[in-house]
Write a protein that binds this ligand. Structure first.
Ligand code: FE2
Length: 134
């Protein structure tokens, strides 16, 4: 199954949507690497790209929040921090034990978490940005 930024996940903010699209590409690449048994080097390469990209994306969102004086900045940042830790744990497990069923399960849960986050917190942020810019 391929993850994609479906219409209902679009926030309407160009930068955020473009980065979310890229995020799903990175997730798909990682899932493919795990499924195709391409070896640890390839899996490690895709996990590194994904975690680097998530960090970059979260930093971009946080910058927009600071610039626009977003009132929910703190809660949003808290989610980002927790998520980065969770992802780091998955990356670590993938790199040490490979794509076991348990790690893949954890990864799937983490993907679900980010989809929900996009659906709720990021949409709320985009609404604020729209008003702040207008
Ligand atoms: Fe976010």
């Amino acid at each position: 199954m391929k993850y994609e930024l479906t219409k209902d996940l679009e926030t309407g903010n160009q930068l955020i949507d473009a980065e979310h699209r890229q995020l799903f590409v990175a997730i798909n690449n990682l899932m493919d690497a795990c499924a195709q048994g391409k070896g640890r080097d390839h899996v490690a390469h895709t996990t590194k790209f994904l975690s680097d990209y998530v960090s970059k994306h979260f930093a971009d969102e946080e910058r927009l929040q600071m610039q626009s004086k977003y009132p929910d900045l703190h809660a949003h940042k808290q989610f980002h921090e927790k998520y980065k830790q969770e992802l780091a744990q998955i990356v670590n497990d993938l790199n040490t034990s490979g794509p076991t069923l348990a790690v893949l399960n954890h990864l799937n849960i983490a993907i679900g978490t980010i989809v929900t986050h996009i659906h709720t917190m990021d949409k709320k942020l985009a609404m604020h940005l729209k008003k702040a810019i207008a």
